[in-house]
Design a protein around this ligand. Structure first.
Ligand SMILES: Nc1ncnc2c1ncn2[C@@H]1O[C@H](COP(=O)(O)OP(=O)(O)O)[C@@H](O)[C@H]1O
Ligand SMILES: CC(C)(COP(=O)(O)O)[C@@H](O)C(=O)NCCC(=O)O
Ligand SMILES: [Mn+2]
Length: 910
């Protein structure tokens, strides 16, 4: 039956893993895992010749016996089927605690198709075929984080069973029964307590891993591999921090679960449990339940939001007749005795408000933990304390209380920090103890966190049953229509309330009855492991590099951009639905997409840090990811095609015009052309309105005619001097230029290609760097070779260079010209590794990284790549940033200018 379902999903192209309904961090997977093929990306591994694969021992070992090649004989980098690949690559680990079961599981995704011709010729050219490009066929995949209540362990077992997580990666897709000897790594007391249950229900054994070991391994991994994993929380304000890897140890790890462990961590695997307390999360939940009759932890936490602890706690002022005890520095509002007022003989439990009880209890426990943590930090002279465990729950008040205690007692010497994956440390550590995953070798640039469609609704909630397929996902979104209107309506961000001095928070900072109880809780996304990503090697200093220009930590910026994205949605949905033929199915998916994306936006409006430290680039990428989640592969496909055709039709005239100019005029005209053509941007509201007013070519002409120097940022003269020299002195041309191209149509055809042609003419190799996946109307690396081929019909320079670059393998060009190839520098196309209108240069494709090695000029084009991101980026080589600013607010803010102003920013290498 399971196989049948999988088969059906495969045909429909449906997510095999499905969606876990109601899980905070559950992911959508468009990866057809149901396919057994494993990809060895062109690394020229010896296995192709029958010799053994050589790998470092920390990498997954592959069993290549009986390997079968699954493509044509002439295909140089074929897909390989590994029928005997070991089944026991487990991909689930558990932390079964006193209160919660935490699951970390892995789903593999297929390597990208390697059979595209562009990639093959490029690999030869860039030497990628000689082992330059690493390949981790097993490791590439996704890590999911899920939790269940321990008392509902059956739900957890059902979940594991429904996803077949207890079976090896390969055996899931075979008919063989689950391996009798299969084991799952598990930590926490429940690994002992529930061994028999797991054997009985799932037929698997639990391989016990030491809990402290796992906590430390999990924390060390997160702090090293996840950007901005840690954050401080003071007086209602979260601030994400990047810990320097070389300055991480020693630190105190305080895990607040049912009970509390305090661990001094000195390095990887080097730690000592120095203290703990029995007054922990279980105490709050247990006592709280007894005293308030709450049915769930969330309810108890929610009550605390509306509480006033002064009716329960005895304050210094209560004892001192309303006065401070200033001699020893205690303000009147400081708690002298938690629950001290409940000694009153006149009142019984029912005379106290449950809200107040919950708050007093929360404060009592948090202060106590904070104080013991501080004393241990003092004892071992530790400056940093990281708090983990699910007691924290990203709850603002809990974190403020802990932070306050640490700061107060240490006089600001020690600092409390929190972790976004707070409760998953142990489970992650257990997962990492499968040595074959090699997870601990992964680096920060190889991980991408994504937030699937369910995230805004489920927050930190315990999940329900898993969702099977796209259809279920859509129905799920539809069901939320009711709830959706509630969550979609923008909610003002929580005002930051102050404290009243020593220990005297008057009221909880996070309020709001309409929102979920855990509105302030943070979401944990799905971690995509992409081992092929690399840091762009030409960044001047990757440590100082920050891709985003606009800081969305500024609430007014966040609100503005969330609104922009929200307003743009109807138009985008129209385009997306049309791109899929406008069918009823497409409309239904379009609706679900709009709902899902609006919910993300509303969630961020409600809690700006819900998804961690987000920049505008992340928001724009999230929109694209969300489209892909609902299987909109390329929403602007036909628009791109139409604009490409219209632009290619006038390209020959442009070449004639350019060729009639002297060198200097031509260079200026080319740069003007790039700026003018950048007006074709379907992501800008203003531009989309403009397109109703004329044909593509009319708008292009109008835009070019309006180009008046000086531009708002105008370094053209310096650039010209580098290109053409001055005072009769010529300069050597650049060796290789990387052109980060932007939009389809006029932008690429009439803007960037003519500029590329000029560079080629001057003897500079040109690498066109384009998106790996569609985003808005951006041109992709897959689409470029055809566009170049068309353009090359009208231009010898482009033709020869494209041939030399292997772009015209089977295009219309006559083969006699192959001898001329050597006379031309090559024109190549590489993919950048992303599918967003912006680019984060810390995470680029390995082919771009390889192409960058010989480059000495970078040209970044368009608003997304050179304004929203990288405006302030510095490089090891010359860099030119070209964009038309198609947003009034951005123009005012960044260049004190106006919409349609242009930027030509040249930064010579220093
Ligand atoms: N949904 C929940 N149900 C129960 N407890 C929760 C929930 N969310 C957070 N908690 C808090 O988290 C604590 C458990 O934290 P956790 O780190 O999972 O520890 P353990 O491994 O001991 O279960 C509970 O004692 C409670 O205070
Ligand atoms: C998404 C974009 C960065 C794409 O711009 P491009 O890189 O194509 O020049 C841009 O369209 C944008 O910032 N749009 C939102 C702003 C607006 O609609 O005004
Ligand atoms: Mn674009």
């Amino acid at each position: 039956m399971a196989d049948l379902v999988q088969e059906e999903q495969k045909v429909l192209g449906i997510d095999e893993e499905g969606q876990n309904k109601g899980t905070e961090s559950e992911g959508n997977n468009n990866n057809n895992n149901n396919n057994k093929r494993t990809h060895l990306e062109g690394q020229g591994e010896k296995d192709m010749q029958g010799n053994p694969i050589h790998r470092s021992s920390s990498r997954p070992q592959l069993d290549v016996s009986k390997a079968e090649i699954q493509s044509n004989v002439e295909d140089k980098y074929p897909t390989i089927l590994l029928p005997n690949q070991s089944d026991d690559l487990s991909h689930l680990a558990l932390d079964i605690g006193g209160s919660l079961i935490k699951l970390v599981y892995f789903s593999r995704h297929e390597g990208q198709s390697d059979d595209d011709k562009r990639k093959k010729s490029l690999k030869e050219r860039l030497g990628l075929s000689n082992g330059n490009r690493r390949s981790f066929p097993i490791l590439g995949g996704r890590l999911h984080f899920v939790k269940f209540e321990t008392r509902k362990i059956n739900e957890c077992l059902d979940f594991i069973h429904s996803k077949q997580l207890h079976r090896g990666l390969e055996s899931r897709y075979s008919d063989a029964a689950a391996n009798e000897n299969a084991i799952i790594k598990a930590t926490g007391g429940g690994a002992y307590k529930y061994t028999d249950l797991f054997k009985e229900r799932l037929g698997v054994g639990l391989d016990k891993e030491d809990e402290m070991n796992c906590l430390v391994a999990g924390a060390n991994f997160l702090l090293k591999a996840i950007r901005h994993e840690a954050f401080t929380h003071m007086e209602g304000k979260k601030e994400f921090v990047q810990i320097d890897h070389n300055d991480l140890f020693p630190y105190l790890l305080v895990n607040v679960g049912s009970g509390v462990s305090m661990i001094k961590v000195d390095g990887d695997g080097k730690f000592e449990r120095v203290s703990g307390t029995n007054v922990g999360g279980g105490t709050y939940w247990g006592l709280g339940r007894l005293l308030t009759k709450c049915k769930s932890f969330d309810e108890l936490l929610e009550l605390s939001q509306k509480g006033d602890n002064r009716t329960i706690d005895m304050l210094v002022g209560d004892i001192y007749g309303g006065l401070d005890y200033s001699k020893i520095g205690l303000s009147a509002s400081t708690i002298a005795s938690s629950f001290g007022k409940t000694i009153s003989e006149k009142k019984e439990l029912e005379n106290y408000r449950p809200e107040d009880i919950s708050l007093s209890l929360l404060r009592m426990i948090s202060y106590n933990i904070g104080q013991i943590a501080y004393l241990n930090a003092l004892r071992f002279r530790l400056k940093r304390i990281f708090f983990g465990g699910f007691f924290i729950r990203g709850h603002a008040y809990t974190m403020d209380t802990l932070s306050f205690a640490v700061q107060y007692w240490s006089n600001g010497e020690a600092q409390a920090m929190f972790l976004r994956h707070e409760g998953f440390l142990g489970a992650l550590g257990a997962f990492m103890s499968y040595e074959e995953h090699g997870l601990d070798d992964l680096m920060v640039h190889q991980l991408v966190e994504r937030f699937p469609m369910g995230a805004p609704y489920t927050g930190g909630k315990i999940h329900g049953p898993p969702l099977g397929d796209l259809n279920e996902k859509i129905s799920w979104m539809e069901k939320f229509l009711q709830k959706g209107t509630e969550i979609t309506a923008p909610v003002p961000t929580t005002p930051v309330a102050g404290t009243t001095g020593l220990g005297g928070f008057e009221v909880p900072l996070s309020k709001g009855s309409a929102l979920r109880s855990d509105a302030s809780a943070l979401n944990v996304g799905v971690l995509h492991l992409v081992p092929t990503l690399e840091v762009f090697p030409l960044l001047a200093d990757p440590k100082l590099y920050e891709p985003n220009t606009i800081d969305l930590a500024d609430p007014s910026e966040l609100e503005y951009w969330l609104t922009i994205l929200s307003e743009h949605l109807p138009d985008l949905v129209d385009k997306a639905v049309a791109s899929e033929g406008g069918t009823d199915d497409a409309k239904r998916r379009g609706d679900a997409f709009a709902r899902a994306f609006s919910a993300h936006l509303a969630r961020l409006m409600e809690e700006p840090s819900a998804y961690g430290k987000l920049g505008l680039a992340n928001l724009l990428e999230m929109r694209e990811e969300c489209l892909r989640e609902f299987q909109f592969v390329d929403a602007y496909r036909s628009i791109k095609q139409r604009e490409n055709e219209a632009s290619l039709a006038v390209l020959p005239d442009l070449f004639v015009e350019l060729d009639s100019m002297d060198e200097e005029t031509r260079l200026l005209t080319l740069i003007e052309g790039v700026l003018a053509a950048n007006i074709f941007d379907w992501g800008s509201r203003a531009c989309v309105d403009l397109y109703h007013k004329g044909t593509i070519i009319e708008i292009y002409r109008m835009s070019r005619n309006k180009m008046r120097r000086p531009w708002r940022v105008d370094d053209f003269d310096v650039f010209k001097e580098r290109m053409l020299g001055s005072g009769g002195k010529k300069k050597a041309p650049h060796r290789r230029a990387l052109l980060f191209v932007d939009n389809s149509g006029a932008d690429i055809v009439l803007g960037m290609l003519p500029l590329a042609r000029e560079l080629l003419r001057r003897g500079t190799e040109v690498v066109l760097v384009a998106n790996s996946l569609p985003a808005l109307n951006d041109v992709t690396a897959m689409e470029l070779p055809d566009i170049v081929a068309e353009a090359a019909k009208h231009c010898d320079i482009l033709r020869r260079a494209a041939e030399a670059g292997g772009l015209l393998v089977d295009a219309m060009i006559n083969t006699d010209s192959s001898k001329e190839n050597s006379s031309s520098v090559p024109l190549m196309v590489v993919e950048n590794g992303c599918g967003s209108p912006c680019i984060d240069l810390r995470q680029v494709s390995s082919e771009l990284a390889a192409a960058a090695k010989d480059a000495d000029l970078i040209i970044l084009e368009g608003m997304g790549r050179s304004l929203h991101t990288n405006l302030y980026a510095e490089f090891k080589c010359d860099a030119l940033k070209l964009a038309m600013v198609k947003n009034q607010r951005l123009a005012e803010k960044l260049i004190q200018g106006n919409i349609y102003d242009c930027i030509c920013k040249y930064q010579p290498s220093s």
